[in-house]
Design a protein around this ligand. Structure first.
Ligand code: GH3
Ligand code: MG
Ligand code: MG
Ligand code: MG
Length: 310
């Protein structure tokens, strides 16, 4: 008999007959699995929430909550992953089999138990359940990457749209302000021409990092809006707050002293910044806020660059 370690798969056994539970426990422990037990459906649900087993071996007929109801409720607990339930029951009729699969069971074994078959099925279900978990994790990572800009590591345009819409709806409900700061590097075309495209990319990375480090709240989001444009979403921030942050971005970037000998406003890389603030409501849309920030940015460019307009 393999001693169970605390990494071993955990099997939850739910059956009202103590003898069956004992036999199942012995068979599972012999394979090196850990075991938890429940006497009925209610206990099974509680044990599932407490222990998060890898799979559930579930009897169909039990007093109070039966296996069908329990299986159905188990599937409602997690939206991420179906709970792997293997029904073990004396019921052999088609109706019971169909009902078990209809409530979410993934496998069905009849009593008297054919032990070799049961063990193979348990092994396969555990394997599948682990694959499913790995897939879910990989998917999460992909989701995360799909929201980031490859060059600078800040959020991309797609994430910007998604987050702005979400915060717009929230702040419409809460009637609190939302600010945007649109930042555009001054004379960046001539920066590329003077220092080369690779240096340009490095410059974009440094500007992105500077903005990201200046912005402090967890709810603030820095995004790459376009080529050399960045946008900061500042929920629950009024015009004065946004203006303060814009000045801070400007001065932090200035202190980096990134040389730009083709700029006619400074010896270093500078930004023009446009701020827009509103209390979102149903008459307006995020597009209006973006347009206002864009107009402010345009005014900053027209007014001589290296400045903030709102
Ligand atoms: P302005 O002060 O009016 O903003 O002038 P500008 O030269 O910055 O503006 P313009 O829109 O004419 O040029 C933007 C430049 O940004 C052009 C493009 O070559 C450069 N650019 C855009 N994306 C990237 C990128 O990913 N890497 C590099 N190195 N350059 C980029
Ligand atoms: Mg029973
Ligand atoms: Mg631009
Ligand atoms: Mg520019």
């Amino acid at each position: 008999m393999k001693p169970p370690d605390d990494q071993a798969p955990l099997i939850l056994i739910a059956d009202d007959e103590p003898m069956i539970r004992l036999q199942l426990r012995r068979a599972m422990e012999q394979e090196g699995y850990r075991v938890a037990e429940a006497k009925n459906g209610e206990e099974c649900l509680a044990a599932y929430l407490q222990f998060h087993p890898d799979i559930v071996l579930l009897d169909a007929i039990m007093p109070s909550m039966d296996g069908f109801t329990c299986c159905h409720q188990l599937q409602q607990l997690s939206t991420a992953q179906p709970v792997p339930v293997l029904m073990i029951t004396g019921l052999e009729d088609k109706q019971s089999v169909d009902r078990a699969f209809a409530v979410g069971a993934v496998d069905y074994v009849t009593k008297p138990i054919h032990w070799a078959v049961l063990l193979q099925r348990v092994r396969r279900l555990i394997h599948q359940s682990h694959l499913y978990e790995q897939l879910a994790l990989a998917n999460q990572e992909l989701q995360c990457l799909a929201n980031l800009d490859g060059l600078t590591g800040v959020a991309n345009r797609r994430r910007f749209d998604e987050y702005l819409n979400k915060e717009w709806r929230r702040l419409t409900r809460e009637q609190r302000p939302l600010s945007l700061i649109l930042c555009d590097i001054d004379f960046f075309k001539s920066y590329n021409d003077a220092y080369g495209h690779q240096a340009g990319d490095l410059c974009l990375q440094q500007v992105a990092r500077t903005i990201a480090q200046t912005v402090k709240r967890p709810s603030d989001l820095v995004c790459r809006y376009g080529g050399e444009e960045f946008v900061v979403i500042l929920p629950c921030t009024d015009a004065a707050g946004a203006s303060h942050i814009a000045q801070e971005i400007q001065s932090q970037l200035r202190s980096l002293q990134l040389l730009h000998n083709q700029s006619s406003v400074d010896a270093f890389v500078t930004l023009s910044l446009g701020i827009a603030t509103t209390i979102p409501d149903f008459q307006l849309s995020p597009k209006d806020l973006i347009r206002t920030a864009d107009q402010a940015l345009y005014a900053a460019k027209a007014g001589g660059r290296n400045r903030i307009e709102m």
